[in-house]
Design a protein around this ligand. Structure first.
Ligand code: SF4
Length: 60
């Protein structure tokens, strides 16, 4: 699986598979928030998404 930067997921999603489509925050201006400091916004290339979908299909 391809993951870039920090992955944030609520506890009730702990058993679910994750598929990363974007990373970072495209807004990044909320003064109270440091969730994605140092992580530029990025959209995953379709090739990574397709590889991850194939891996999820195989393993889940
Ligand atoms: S709260 Fe943080 S992650 Fe959400 S939009 Fe604002 S800067 Fe981005």
């Amino acid at each position: 699986m391809h993951f870039t930067g920090q992955v944030w997921r609520p506890p009730f999603e702990a058993q679910n598979a994750l598929l990363q489509i974007t990373s970072g925050c495209m807004h990044h201006k909320c003064k109270f928030c440091s969730l994605y400091d140092g992580t530029p916004f990025r959209m995953s290339p379709m090739s990574e998404i397709e590889e991850d979908l194939a891996e999820l299909h195989r393993d889940y």
